[in-house]
Design a protein around this ligand. Sequence first.
Ligand SMILES: [Zn+2]
Length: 158
Amino acid sequence: MSIFDPTSFIRQHREVPAVCCVCGHTVSLRDRDEATDGALLDSTFLDDYRLELLLLDRASALFARFPDSRHALKVGHEQLQPKLFPRTSCDPDFEAALAADPPLSKFLRRSMFHLPSLRKGVMESIEQLSKRDFSTIRCPVCADGVLRLQIGWLLPAL
Ligand SMILES: [Zn+2]
């Protein structure tokens, strides 16, 4: 069994696809040094965490709209020990609201996690990574944004 190592993975590629988190400008980066690759990895993780937080916030908002729902997807993500709570798979109103947000539906069905714990962890990771200096990988076009690896290049997209 091998553990995926992002640092050696990016170092193996002479050319990597990058995109600006703000304006969407795409660029192919080549002949990078280790420091640049380190910054690129961190900016990618940071942006992925931000995208994940958007989904987690939408999940929280959806669950808050149905405080009395015992839908298995809701109970499964709200309780540390969901099996101790009554659950149902029949809740047409909740199902309809979930169906209105296909990316959220896919995200919730694909993985089990305790929403409050994951949300806290993601927010802490964002806070940590935000302190990093990304000045070497500023977007050459808008100058406001930071480059990240193209979504899905390093890890499967959410
Ligand atoms: Zn930009």
